[in-house]
Design a protein around this ligand. Structure first.
Ligand SMILES: Nc1ncnc2c1ncn2[C@@H]1O[C@H](COP(=O)(O)OP(=O)(O)OP(=O)(O)O)[C@@H](O)[C@H]1O
Ligand SMILES: [Mg+2]
Length: 338
């Protein structure tokens, strides 16, 4: 890392799922088989695709990325497969496509679910016999490429609705890597925080410290809809702005909008009492946070306004992981009696 480049190391952390993924990546990288990487936005699909390329025998060859939804449907075909001179109005010369540019390297097709049916058929041909045809050409051409696809959609569902070809799915899904959501590997959050902290401290020449254990515990409890990208951006802002309150106030504000109790998808009974307790705690945390903010983090005033004792408020603040907050607000140190 360093020199202002985006971080490129994959932090696998300690979770069992990520350990299995690392092993899988190391094993499959060497074989020329297609790989499908699935996972929510920000879980690291592109990073894993790069890792597969870098560990493959074609690492010195090109890694060509095609962001399918970013290129309008009509242009995508010529972008992927290229065209011959005179293939259509405006085709004044021959242009090779990205498939050809990836020869003896890796072709990374991002957001593959966005590929329209005609292109799905052409891609199927490429995967079946390594052949493709430039637009306007008389003959097929042959290439050697390793195809890696990524998607944040459930392709199985797209097949049911008829928008994705089942035969193509089986071709691209020879090996599948399903990246977990960040909230499913929350034990890895401190490791990721330290990694991004070191990276952005160096990049921006800053000296932000590891956040307090209370803030780390807030980070571990947050639900991370934007996954690792969201965590990375938050740490970047923390490094630049230098205050832990950046983290806590952002997380608490977002939690408000997103409170989403964990409901098991299996037949396991839903423990209503537990879920309700969780919701009440969450609501209490939000109220306390807002009242503290409104009182400029003066906890005596906040306790009065909440009609609870000062001691009870201190206890609740600790429980809610709000203890490190308000340090920079006014001159009320939360450690003092205000
Ligand atoms: N395991 C990881 N270790 C370190 N950094 C990571 C990890 N996973 C993701 N990141 C970082 O998070 C950011 C998002 O990752 P990436 O672009 O690979 O996600 P993605 O799954 O492709 O997201 P999208 O679906 O939105 O395109 C990147 O800056 C990446 O470096
Ligand atoms: Mg991506």
């Amino acid at each position: 890392m360093t020199n202002g480049l985006p971080p490129d190391e994959v932090i696998f952390g300690q979770s069992e799922t990520m350990r299995a993924i690392r092993q899988r990546v190391e094993k499959l990288a060497g074989a020329n088989i297609p790989v499908l990487i699935q996972g929510e936005s920000g879980t690291g699909k592109e990073l894993i695709a790069r890792m597969i390329h870098l560990h493959s025998p074609w690492a010195s060859g090109p890694l060509v990325k095609v962001n399918c939804p970013a290129i309008p449907g009509t242009l995508l075909e010529s972008e992927l497969f290229g065209y011959e001179k005179g293939a259509f109005t405006g085709a004044n010369g021959m242009k090779p496509g990205r498939v050809e540019m990836a020869h003896r390297g890796t072709l990374f097709l991002d957001e593959i679910s966005e590929l329209e049916p005609g292109l799905q058929a052409k891609l199927l041909q490429l995967l079946q016999d390594g052949q493709f045809c430039r637009i306007g050409a008389q003959e097929d051409k042959k290439v050697e490429v390793r195809v890696v696809c990524a998607t944040n959609r459930e392709l199985e569902h797209e097949i049911e609705t008829g928008s994705f070809r089942a035969d193509l799915f089986y071709r691209i899904n020879v090996v599948n890597i399903r990246l977990p959501r960040l909230r499913e590997r929350s034990h890895d959050i401190p490791t990721l925080v330290n990694y991004f902290l070191a990276h952005y401290n160096e990049k921006y020449n800053c000296r932000a410290q590891t956040p307090s254990s209370q803030t780390l515990s807030l980070l571990e409890r947050y639900h991370w809809p934007g996954n690792i990208r969201e965590l990375e951006n938050l740490i970047k802002r923390y490094v630049i702005l230098g205050s832990e309150e950046t983290i806590s106030s952002e997380l608490l504000t977002h939690r408000e909008e997103h409170f989403d109790p964990e409901i098991p998808t299996t037949d396991a009974p839903i423990a209503l009492k537990k879920v309700t307790r969780q919701a009440v705690r969450e609501l209490e945390r939000r109220i306390i946070f807002k009242v503290l903010q409104a009182n400029n983090w003066n906890r005596k005033k906040a306790a009065r306004s909440l009609n609870i004792s000062y001691r009870a408020l201190l206890y609740k603040i600790r429980e809610a992981g709000l203890g490190s907050m308000g340090n920079s607000a006014n001159n009320n140190s939360p450690a003092s009696a205000d």
